[in-house]
Design a binder for this molecule. Structure first.
Ligand code: ZN
Length: 244
């Protein structure tokens, strides 16, 4: 390998380390975001539960009022029973009284059902509050750990960036521009090794996209130290040194 391609291969190696270090930083910060989302989910479900309790309470209050007015009606019928002037009137009032009693007990059991729901929701609220407390503590812990780790990774990245600049000094401006563009397209992978399947029959493929390369492309690269790109994926091609 000549100096041009050699410098590019070295730059690629630093580029790989740089991308790996940046990925580590992103991964460690992602843990904070995941915990934050978890906390937000708990907070949202607590709010929803509390709103549900409010609505049920309004319903229960309405039933309570209804029951009170029903009680008054029942009291009126009971008083009327005492002043009934005939058996027929008495029987008619009694029927009314019993019908109203049945309605009242129906409303009463509805009200009880609602109170039971409120109690159950309240228990769930308490559980969610505990989960929120737990998640908050965990989030604080993760934030602390992440800050420390992030500092370490940032220092690592700064160090590798210096190495990158150093490695880039051995690459011409034009080649560096091509390197950057291809690296942007392929998630950092700007150069591809030519894979030799059979030297005698001359079957070569691009190590990046696995397309077959012409013998001419391979031969040119073997004899010249210059940038030759894969006609299919545009990666910079090179032969791995076999001598050393
Ligand atoms: Zn290719």
């Amino acid at each position: 390998m000549g100096t041009v391609l050699n410098a590019l291969v070295k730059l690629q190696s630093v580029e790989n380390s740089l991308r790996a270090a940046k990925a580590k930083l992103t991964r460690c910060r992602r843990n904070v975001i995941i915990k934050e989302n978890e906390l937000r989910t708990f907070q949202n479900s607590l709010q929803a539960k509390q709103e549900e309790i409010q609505l049920t309470k309004i319903q229960a209050d309405r039933l309570e009022l209804e029951l009170k007015s029903m009680d008054q009606t029942l009291a009126k019928y009971r008083a009327a029973l005492n002043t009934a002037k005939s058996n027929k009137e008495y029987a008619a009032i009694l029927t009314e009284l019993n019908t109203n009693k049945a309605d009242s007990s129906k409303v009463e059991s509805q009200a009880l059902e609602l109170m039971k729901n409120i109690d159950a929701d309240q228990v769930q609220c308490d559980q969610i509050k505990q989960q929120i407390e737990l998640a908050k503590n965990e989030l604080n812990e993760i934030r602390k750990q992440t800050e420390e780790l992030a500092k370490k990774f940032e220092a690592e990245i700064a160090d590798i960036e210096r190495q990158w600049q150093q490695a880039a000094r051995d690459v011409s401006a034009e080649a560096l521009e091509i390197f950057r563009r291809v690296a942007e397209t392929y998630d950092g992978e700007a150069i591809a090794e030519i894979e030799v399947h059979d030297h005698r029959s001359g079957i070569y493929t691009c190590g990046g996209c696995f397309m077959t390369l012409t013998t001419e492309t391979a031969n040119t690269l073997m004899s010249r130290d210059e940038i030759i790109r894969c006609p299919n994926c545009a990666r910079i091609l090179y032969f791995k040194d076999t001598e050393n």
